[in-house]
Design a protein around this ligand. Structure first.
Ligand code: SF4
Length: 363
């Protein structure tokens, strides 16, 4: 497994089972939006996010043992070495702070090896009520543990983005947000934040939000410097949406589809994407059919194995079956090819990064 491209089936295994980490915490993400409880591992040319720090990974047949330098680790399956990986170092921009003393790493973090990621609002209207909260979400955990700040200001983001480009060569930026009370669903603060970053540094930005109340927000986002947009379904059938994300499920699938259609007209074919979490109850056929429908519209279905995150209602949910993912990925890949979608042609964002999934290997 020292080849430049990690074998897809091994990556699917590692991302579904997780890996028991046999070293100190190092550079990792615990809690928050995005790939929580993961570490970035580089296999040859490819960097992937692999769950390691959650309790669900403790029964994994895979383990990782870092070397003394912390720059490399060996991967074992039940005692037999199956691979060797590089561990990305701590980014240079993490050592800096804003003029008012906020460490840059509390404002935005490095994802994978070259993506700058931030959550503008570390609160969501749905998070404090079990009747509405998304059960997989850990957005409040990193705030509670002091690893981030509640609201990232545009000027702070501009300062961090400029440093991350200059000192660490980041290539694109993901701006997500907890959903605020306002009907724009966070689009307005995404606009002001993207405009500030774009004025400071040349860095392609993907914005992520729920479908806003009006489609004119898509033009405003684009005019602010956003080049790709993510609106995340998470689950694809009504039954699973109601069970796993009862608040967000109040936004009907029909609204997601009208928003996708309008957004593709603004951002272009393949520049709009959606995150789909596999392993929460949607069948292989349901996810494959939804992915085909999305791809036919020019929306990239970024299908990712669900990871049970500690201290969330789904912490003890079964991990996704790697055989399920290995059957699913080629079906999604066929849809991507059929409709001319490819992660490398996306300007910015999760589907371009691809580190939370093995889908890139099947495009
Ligand atoms: S796909 Fe990349 S940018 Fe998106 S959450 Fe995963 S590591 Fe972060």
């Amino acid at each position: 497994m020292n080849s430049p491209v990690i074998a897809s089936d091994l990556l699917a295994e590692l991302q579904c089972h997780g890996v028991r980490w046999q070293g100190a915490d190092g550079l990792s993400r615990k809690g928050g939006a995005g790939p929580s409880d993961h570490k970035a591992l580089t296999f040859g040319e490819r960097t992937a996010m692999v769950p390691m720090l959650n309790r669900a990974s403790l029964d994994s047949p895979y383990s990782a043992v870092p070397d003394a330098s912390g720059g490399q680790a060996l991967i074992f399956r039940e005692g037999l070495q199956v691979g060797q990986v590089q561990m990305p170092g701590v980014p240079n921009f993490y050592a800096l702070s804003t003029d008012d003393g906020v460490p840059f790493w509390k404002i935005a973090t490095l994802h994978s090896k070259d993506v700058l990621a931030t959550t503008l609002l570390q609160h969501c209207i749905r998070m404090n009520d079990a009747a509405t909260a998304c059960q997989f979400c850990a957005i409040n955990q990193s705030l509670a543990s002091g690893k981030t700040i509640a609201r990232k200001r545009p000027a702070q983001l501009a300062q961090v983005a400029k440093a991350a480009v200059q000192l660490d060569g980041v290539k694109h930026m993901v701006m997500t947000t907890g959903t605020p009370q306002t009907p724009d669903r966070g689009a307005a603060i995404l606009c002001e934040s993207a405009a500030a970053v774009t004025a400071a540094v040349d860095l392609p930005i993907q914005a992520q939000c729920e479908p806003p109340d009006h489609d004119h927000w898509f033009t405003r986002l684009k005019d602010s410097g956003v080049v790709s947009l993510g609106m995340h379904l998470e689950a694809v059938t009504d039954a699973v949406r109601q069970r796993i994300m009862p608040g967000k499920a109040q936004v009907p699938l029909s609204r997601y589809f009208s928003a996708f259609e309008a957004a593709v007209k603004v951002f272009g074919h393949g520049q709009v994407s959606t995150y789909i979490l596999a392993g929460l109850g949607d069948s292989e056929d349901a996810i494959a059919q939804m992915s085909e429908r999305l791809a036919a519209m020019g929306v990239y279905p970024f299908v990712v194995p669900f990871v049970p995150i500690d201290n969330t209602p789904l912490a003890h949910h079964p991990k996704p079956d790697s055989a399920f993912m290995q059957r699913l990925y080629p079906r999604i890949g066929a849809s991507l090819r059929r409709h001319g979608l490819h992660s490398e042609r996306i300007n910015a964002g999760c589907a371009k990064c691809g580190a939370c999934s093995a889908l890139k290997n099947h495009e």
